[in-house]
Design a protein. Structure first.
Length: 173
């Protein structure tokens, strides 16, 4: 059952109104000692990696979390056309996610000195801007990233440029 790992306290509406999202881990592990005391690492943080520039900047701040991932897994694609949204969580690991309207609730576990670089599929987001909020197991809000631009709804198969032009009357369909 897709909702079994989500605490019931996170559902403000009936369960059937939520879309469960697969959390794909790219990298995770313990925070190095220097990151636990550095100025850029508050106890809990969530970074949205919307663009290649966000990815590069965050990778320069927290290189331990990116390891050999020097560029986004979808090189050359802006976030509005990529298949996934990428995030870096500091101080917890995301184990489940649910989406409804303009809010994605992230279930945080393993609170403590750790990092989690993960991706969520874009295909299910039907609003252009979404809040991503991490909660603990009893429903306390830990950290949030507001109004993340998830871009227009992702398509399974991109429409070729030749077919994007409007078809005139009598054109073959």
């Amino acid at each position: 059952m897709p909702h079994e790992h989500v605490p019931r306290v996170l559902y403000e509406h009936p369960v059937v109104e939520y879309i469960p999202l697969a959390v794909m881990t790219l990298r995770s592990g313990p925070l190095p000692a220097e990151a636990c005391s550095g100025p850029l690492s508050p106890p809990l943080a969530l970074h949205a990696l919307k663009t290649a520039r966000d990815w590069e900047r965050t990778a320069s701040w927290f290189p331990f979390a990116f390891g050999d991932l020097h560029e986004p897994p979808q090189p050359g694609l802006p976030s509005a056309e990529g298949r996934f949204l990428h995030f870096l969580a500091l101080g917890f690991q995301v184990t489940a996610a649910i989406y409804r309207d303009r809010k994605t609730s992230l279930v945080a576990s393993d609170l403590g000195p750790r990092y989690h670089l993960f991706a969520l599929p874009r295909i299910f987001f039907y609003k252009p801007r979404v809040d991503f909020i991490a909660y603990d197991a009893i429903g306390r809000q830990l950290v949030a990233v507001r109004a993340v631009d998830v871009g227009p709804r992702y398509r399974h198969r991109p429409v070729p440029p030749a077919q994007r032009k409007s078809r005139g009357p009598g054109a073959a369909r």
